[in-house]
Design a protein around this ligand. Sequence first.
Ligand SMILES: [Zn+2]
Length: 293
Amino acid sequence: MHTTSTDTAVQKMDRLNLRPALDFIATHGDIYEGFVHDLMTLPSVAINAVDEFTTLDEHLVGDSVHVTGDEALEIFSRLPASFQKLSMLQNINYHFARMIPVPIFEEGGEWKEAVEIVEESKFPREAANDHPHRILIGRCDGTMIYPSALPVCVHDSVRVRWMYQLHVMLHEFFHTIEFLRRDSAIAQKIILRSGANLYTFHDWWHKWEDLFRTPLRPLCPTRYAQTYVDALTAETPQGEFTRALAEQVCESFVGYVMGIVPNDEDDTSFKHHSPEAWELMNELATSEVIEVG
Ligand SMILES: [Zn+2]
């Protein structure tokens, strides 16, 4: 899918259609299962935030499909140490576990980040003419991850939905690394070491800016990341550009960890699909955290 400003209203609204991502996971389910299997053979070593995070309102999950707090711990504790050390995660808050943020579109199909919160059991609402596949999922404020519902109307396989919830959980986990460090003064205080080379989180982030601000920027790592493609230009105000860039970075993190992420090119290898993004993520994954600021 090429997203350009000449997209029709339906094409613009369909940027938030989750169904193709779930179809991608269903088609390549064996690769996803292989990732989970291989990850679980790694030693579990929970450090720093991953060792200490708690869950809130987990009873609200009920029979909704979610990555539980225990499952999140199993997964996060097998991530490279640098990611765990950099995370500022404090809680996974399941308050919205059975709620869906439904995007509110403008007349031309533009989504300006407004949402309506709808109960999973009432979605899609006939009266509101909800599209059954156009929903948002998951949120993070830098220390708290708020999972939200992925209803059966998006995909009827529980396992496929769980895999996408895992994708979202990992995406939000990277927000716990980057969100509160968007201020360059803070990012400059985080020192990392790769071999003999010392660098800051700011230096690393700057490489992402260079990668995605050029006219020759690479493909967005996932279909979801492409939602933000219009903001990845040199003319975009800094704050908006950073928000759009962060989505590229968080999706790249998921691609790096899982090895596979949904894309419209049907490429089952994130490393092959987005080699520059893989390289930057690998740099952070293999670095030593010297100072967290
Ligand atoms: Zn995000």
